[in-house]
Design a protein around this ligand. Structure first.
Ligand SMILES: [Zn+2]
Length: 277
């Protein structure tokens, strides 16, 4: 799961059109009616040929890492407009630009309506998705217990173990709501540790990033022209699983990478510019 690029905005015209769509829902009197309306109209609008959603998909693509990778697994191609706040539970966010990310079907499908909050009235963690085959009811007020990659950096909540498992480890203090939020997001909803092919893909990405950095460093030392070096940098940035790269940078910066992989640590010493890629 990766934080998305910031400052990617829609034109006023598209924002106004979204508001028009949203008003059709918000004007309805009950949650049940709003819920039904959102479920009905979203798939009708979210179609190729609808200018609003064609534009939204272009903008969401700009936000993605590499070759349009899914925000959640960073592995598959992102091809579904996903609501962070599920539209079935939050019809009021159905046509809200800030509520959209681009995800793959493998992540979006199982995530479905899974959502939890910390309730405003008692601060407690509360899963608000309805049990299977039951209708959604209006959730109580509260703050999201799901990390929002549009505004938050998932790496503030977890560290990727680069030494052996390539699993995410919660770094927030045990027992706090932030730790609960991290565990709920990474493990319960997105199953980023459980899905073995993702763990393996991260391990593989580590080797790829390392060899790309090694190649860059040796080319730089041998006096390769800057435009060729720039191409190597661009290629590295297109790799899947950019979280692995970010974690490599972080673990070098805080001085723990050398204990895990001294060769890699040395590459960052030789090419400190790589810390900004
Ligand atoms: Zn995915």
């Amino acid at each position: 799961m990766i934080q998305l690029a910031q400052n990617i905005n829609l034109s006023k015209e598209i924002i106004n059109k979204l508001k028009e769509y949203q008003d059709e829902i918000d004007v309805l009197a009950t949650f049940e009616l709003r819920n039904e309306k959102a479920k009905d109209v979203f798939p009708k609008r979210n179609k190729i040929g609808n200018t609003v959603f064609d534009t939204i998909k272009v903008k969401l693509t700009e936000m993605c890492s590499g070759a349009r990778r899914c925000v959640y697994c960073e592995d598959s191609v992102a091809d579904e407009v996903e609501h962070i706040h599920p539209k079935d539970l939050y019809p009021n966010f159905c046509f809200n630009w800030d509520n959209y990310v681009y995800a793959c079907g493998n992540c979006n499908g199982p995530k479905n309506n899974k959502f939890a909050i910390f309730r405003n009235d008692n601060g407690k963690f509360h899963e608000v998705n309805p049990p299977k085959r039951t209708k959604a009811t209006e959730p109580p007020a509260g703050s999201s217990a799901l990390i929002n990659p549009r505004i938050e950096d998932p790496l503030d909540y977890c560290m990727l173990d680069l030494s052996s498992t390539f699993k995410f480890v919660v770094i927030k203090k045990l027992g706090t709501s932030d730790a609960h939020k991290a565990d709920y997001t990474f493990n319960t909803v997105l199953r980023l540790n459980e899905r073995e092919f993702l763990r393996k893909a991260r391990e593989n990405a580590y080797t790829n990033y390392k060899s790309r950095l090694g190649y860059y460093s040796s080319e730089k030392i041998s006096g390769t022209a800057q435009n060729k070096l720039d191409m190597l940098i661009e290629n590295l940035k297109q790799e899947a699983h950019p979280t692995v790269w970010k974690e490599m940078q972080r673990q070098h910066s805080i001085g723990i990478l050398k204990n895990i992989d001294n060769d890699l640590d040395e590459l960052f010493v030789k090419s400190p510019e790589a810390l900004n890629w």
